[in-house]
Design a protein around this ligand. Structure first.
Ligand code: BGC
Length: 756
């Protein structure tokens, strides 16, 4: 080392030391009740509040069950998770409030990702509804049910942005549009937290996994990709920012590292962005065991180092690694963690408990009467069915194979997913009971009643189909007038720890489908799965394909109602379906290249030699039972000034034989900006239901928020003056466009420079 570098190193160490010994600037005092309580707490009691212990019902990580009762009595649990049931949670709250010195009630958390007992379609399917009111309502119902069972904190919404369907957790996500993810994040937080957090039917929402958890490498679970600042700001963070702006009271720090620092120790993410920049005042909980995993990541030397880094970075609650509870007391005594930092974390937890009304009445949510009257109510199941109908996507429908006539006499329902109750519910079905699920077979029987014979064969299992299974299925199908093939993934093939390297239909299901389709009967394939699959062969051969996802408690009935025309297919793909795994990542908002692909393959243009540049089904794709003409987008003003909103109108006509709902999507492209912008980005959508021959107009706003992106100088803002291509149509690949001039105030000079 030269003397100069020694001086520099010493300077850096001095800066570091001053940072290490200084409390973060944003600490705030809470109300009197919390401050009085804090003043009475011992060091151990404070640390106990930071510990979150898994209870009896489920464990998602490699840990043994904790002794919940002794953790509460020893004051070593500020919260529990995976506990539910009114009587049971009431007992736990009683123990905490009457048998501990200070009687502090418990946070009781649970993963309620698509319903508590009434199971809604999986989140990716919910995204396919493009219906924020329905999503908010589903969360309201989930919160109402879970809270009646004593839950006061839900580990949702999951807001990880991913472009890789190999990653099993895309099933929990909103798909590939960060803009749509932001709208969904807001709707979910509103639904979970309700009008007031104090209300016994509200729960605290926890946006997860902060941040960059979906940017996996190769779709491998628990891997972390390299994320540029731009990718972070334009794709990963906006859904979280929207959830925080909507009032989310909790954020879960992710397993993965961003720029080399895992989420729980990442003070750039937790302190600089989340708390300082966004003003978040709620609690940060670690993902399961993530604090201890700092050692495995190779950034912490031992548990003490891991605990110190996590607390100092802004993680308030330790989920299941027991690092805080074993290490923090010594760290505080040795001055490696400031007492004020510990107090800040405890204060935030106590404030959340106060906001939830737990100090006023810790038993308000644990109500056996409300639980009995609320959980799995008939109107909740109806809402689940309505949402399932909205979420299913008609991928293909040659020669109007669908809808089937209700006058059919004999229908074959074939396939390993036809009658799988758990697979109908989906991978993260909280307290859902598979016995409640209406499978596709049951749904078809319900819809056709006594008027038709419904024949059924499993055609083998999801993983295995023998020649005898195929022969039996073909024999059965030959007797029917129409065939429904129920194919796809087992629900456990999607979700956490469920990455796949192939996205083909598992097992020999394609062979089964081919043999049955070859009979030439009117045949529809109904797919149950939690991610985009590679379906080129199936698409070539099957006359009709309905993507049903994992549709929840009433999913089979919803699918049957669509198949027989009692409901119309309304879902649109929230994630691109590739032709092959080799095309991944493939998504609608790709960046331009200097050598774009043309209609015909051409050397030295982007793409592959062995597959075309387009996906099998683009983002936003979804057919209906009628056809629509959509005119080009029109603008209410050719020039949009700063602070203004432009309105985009699209004329729609139902040109088909049935009443139907058109879904118009709005995309933009900055034709000229200081940084290269995506070729299209979703920025709006609207629906209109029209009778045959009916015409109507949909209107969609574009404001400055829709134009904003991460600017080179480091802020989220609309660009300088310029030309914005505004595109509208039924999906991301079928668009008509118009140019909008954007001229923010005082942009005369810039406008000229950017050609505006
Ligand atoms: C998951 C989280 C979940 C937590 C608690 C973790 O393994 O990544 O999404 O909330 O477990 O169950």
């Amino acid at each position: 080392m030269t003397p100069r570098t020694i001086v520099r190193a010493a300077f850096a160490a001095a800066v570091l030391a001053s940072v290490l010994l200084t409390a973060p600037a944003h600490a705030q005092k809470a109300g009197k009740r919390v401050e009085d309580l804090l003043a009475k707490m011992t060091l151990e009691e404070k640390i106990g509040q930071l510990n979150l212990v898994s209870g009896h019902h489920a464990v998602t990580g490699p840990y043994t069950r904790s002794d919940v009762r002794s953790a509460i009595l020893k004051g070593e649990a500020g919260g529990l998770f995976n506990v539910y049931g009114a009587a049971y949670t009431r007992g736990l709250q009683e123990m905490a409030t009457t048998q501990t010195r200070l009687g502090i009630p418990l946070l009781l958390g649970f993963d309620v990702l698509h319903g508590y007992r009434t199971i809604f379609p999986v989140p990716l399917a919910q995204a396919a509804t493009f219906d924020m009111a329905a999503i908010e309502q589903a969360e309201r119902i989930a919160a109402t049910e879970a809270s009646a069972a004593g839950v006061n904190w839900i580990f949702a919404p999951m807001l990880d942005h991913s472009r890789d369907p190999r990653w099993g957790r895309v099933v929990e996500s909103f798909g590939e549009s960060a803009w749509l993810g932001a709208r969904i994040g807001e709707a979910r937080v509103r639904g979970l937290q309700g009008r007031s957090l104090k209300s016994p039917d509200s729960v605290a929402a926890c946006a997860k996994h902060f941040a960059g958890n979906g940017a996996t490498e190769g779709g491998r679970e628990y891997s972390g990709g390299d994320i540029s600042v731009r990718a972070m700001r334009d794709q990963q963070l906006p859904p979280f920012k929207a959830a925080v702006d909507a009032g989310a009271r909790c954020v879960m720090a992710a397993f993965n590292a961003v720029d080399g620092i895992p989420g729980v120790a990442n003070d750039t993410l937790l302190r600089d962005i989340l708390r300082r920049e966004w003003g978040f005042s709620g609690v940060v909980v670690s993902d399961f065991g993530a604090i201890e995993e700092l050692i495995v990541h190779g950034v912490a030397e031992n548990p003490a180092d891991a605990g110190r880094q996590a607390l100092r970075a802004g993680t308030d609650i330790d989920m299941e690694s027991r690092t805080f509870v074993t290490q923090l007391a010594a760290l505080v005594r040795e001055g490696k963690v400031l007492a004020s930092e510990l107090d800040d974390a405890v204060r935030r937890i106590l404030v959340l408990k106060e906001e939830l009304g737990l100090f006023d009445d810790p038993f308000a949510r644990s109500s056996p009467e409300r639980e009995a009257a609320t959980v799995g109510r008939a109107d909740h199941f109806q809402a689940a069915r309505a949402m399932a109908e909205k979420s299913m996507v008609l991928l293909k429908n040659d020669r109007d194979t669908l809808p089937f006539s209700t006058k059919l006499q004999r229908i074959a329902v074939i396939g390993p997913l036809a009658d799988g109750k758990a697979d109908t519910l989906g991978p993260w079905a909280a307290n859902g009971n598979p016995e409640d699920a209406t499978t596709l077979l049951a749904g078809v029987r319900r819809v056709v009643g006594d008027t038709a014979d419904v024949l059924h064969a499993t055609g083998g299992t999801i993983d295995r189909t023998s020649p005898a299974d195929i022969a039996a299925a073909v024999k059965l199908a030959a007797r029917a007038e129409a065939v429904i093939l129920a194919l796809g993934e087992r629900s456990t093939m999607s979700g956490e720890s469920a990455s796949r390297s192939s996205l083909d239909l598992p097992g020999d299901q394609l062979a089964l489908a081919r043999a049955v389709i070859a009979l030439g009967k009117p045949t529809v394939v109904v797919l149950f799965n939690g991610r985009p699959l590679t379906l080129e062969d199936l698409d070539r051969e099957a006359p009709a394909i309905l993507e049903a996802w994992f549709p929840g408690s009433e999913g089979g009935l919803a699918a049957a109602r669509i198949l027989f025309g009692l409901a119309e297919p309304q879902g649109r793909l929230p994630m691109t379906f590739p032709r092959s795994v080799g095309q991944i990542p493939i998504y609608h908002d790709e960046r331009p290249t200097g050598r774009p692909a043309g209609q015909q393959p051409k050397p030295y243009t982007t793409g592959y030699q062995d597959v075309g540049p387009t996906p099998l089904y683009p983002f936003g794709h979804g057919l209906t039972y009628t056809t629509f003409f959509m005119g080009p987008p029109r603008l209410d003003r050719p020039v949009m000034a700063g602070g203004e909103t432009a309105t985009v109108s699209v004329d729609v006509m139902n040109t088909g034989p049935r009443t139907g709902t058109a879904h118009v999507q709005l995309y933009i492209r900055h034709r000229l900006a200081r940084v290269s912008r995506p070729v299209k980005e979703l920025r709006g959508f609207a629906r209109i239901t029209l009778p045959p021959g009916g015409v109507g107009i949909v209107k969609m706003p574009i404001g400055e928020a829709e134009l904003a992106f991460w600017q080179p100088e480091g802020r989220m803002a609309p660009p300088e003056a310029g030309r914005i291509e505004v595109m509208a149509g039924p999906d991301s690949a079928t668009l008509k466009s118009i140019i909008l001039e954007y001229r923010p105030s005082g942009s005369g000079r810039q406008a000229q420079r950017s050609g505006g």
